[in-house]
Design a binder for this molecule. Structure first.
Ligand code: ATP
Length: 257
């Protein structure tokens, strides 16, 4: 199923977390962030630790309210979480007492029996994420990569127009991580969902994103947007890929850390 997608506009976004301690100042996590993300685009957000990447993603998800500014999906202002925006965290957060199938169905938030259409949707998502044969498995019976696949399927169950990834593969071994990156690309191309990925990994940002948003240290602002004009599937040892990696590292000033 192909999702209907709209442009995401981020306008003069500012997020301040007040301090609950007299001796500590408030934390300005984001300040004057402007961005436009095209319908169906894949963008990566990268920046120093603690700069405000997760906060930005949570604002798009509607889990936080901006202090100033706003985010729009099409002409709708985001004020709360919504089914059209799915979220995948670093921790798959599966319910241990539910099977893979039931964990995915949980995302539907419906009471009572699943319709045959719901069941078909869940079955096709299980195929899409490569978990055929594990429908009735419990989370303890899955590998780390399989648990992430189930989490991606759960996030896709409402056919969201935007999928938000918060360092989804940070805790996985390099091989599983690369495999899941390929799977995410395949899903993106099949579903045409807008993808926004927060990552610490420059290579991952370039391997997946059509554009990489490099952020400043806190408060996060967009320091530079790097266009990744490489065809998919991308080769990590390609000269242009390596040059782009150098460019992103340079923008982030990683060479001077
Ligand atoms: N609910 C909150 N209350 C207070 N401060 C918060 C809250 N959430 C985030 N912060 C602060 O906002 C700043 C940005 O945090 P955020 O998690 O967005 O950064 P990040 O770039 O995702 O970090 P990392 O790369 O290390 O995951 C940090 O200083 C953090 O302590």
């Amino acid at each position: 199923m192909v999702a209907r997608t709209e442009e995401i506009r981020v306008e003069r976004l500012r997020k301040v977390f007040p301090s609950h301690d007299y001796n500590k100042p408030a934390v300005v996590a984001l300040d004057r962030v402007d961005a436009t993300i095209k319908p169906g685009e894949f963008v990566s957000l990268i920046g120093p630790s603690g700069c405000g990447k997760t906060t930005w993603l949570r604002l798009i998800a509607g889990l936080e309210i901006p202090t100033e500014g706003a985010i729009y999906v099409g002409d709708r202002k985001i004020t709360s979480p919504g089914r059209e925006r799915g979220l995948v965290f670093q921790d798959p957060n599966l319910f241990p007492w539910l099977t893979v199938q039931e964990n995915i169905a949980f995302g539907l938030k419906i009471k009572g029996k699943l319709t045959s259409e719901d069941q078909e949707n869940i079955a096709s998502l299980i195929t899409l994420v490569g978990l055929t044969g594990f429908e009735k498995s419990y989370p303890y019976q899955l590998s780390g990569g399989m648990a992430h696949r189930a989490a991606i399927a759960r996030a896709l169950v409402n056919n969201p127009e935007v999928l938000l990834f918060d360092e989804p593969f940070g805790a996985l071994d390099a091989f599983t991580r690369m495999k899941l990156q390929n799977d995410v690309l395949r899903i993106w191309r099949e579903r045409k969902t807008t993808m926004i990925l927060v990552t610490h990994d420059v290579e991952e940002a370039i391997f997946l994103g059509q554009r990489v948003f490099a952020m400043t240290p806190r408060p996060a602002r967009v320091k530079k947007i790097i266009d990744i004009n490489l065809d998919y599937p991308r080769k990590r040892d390609d000269q242009t890929f390596i040059a782009l990696k150098e460019e992103v590292l340079g923008v982030l000033d990683f060479h001077n850390i």
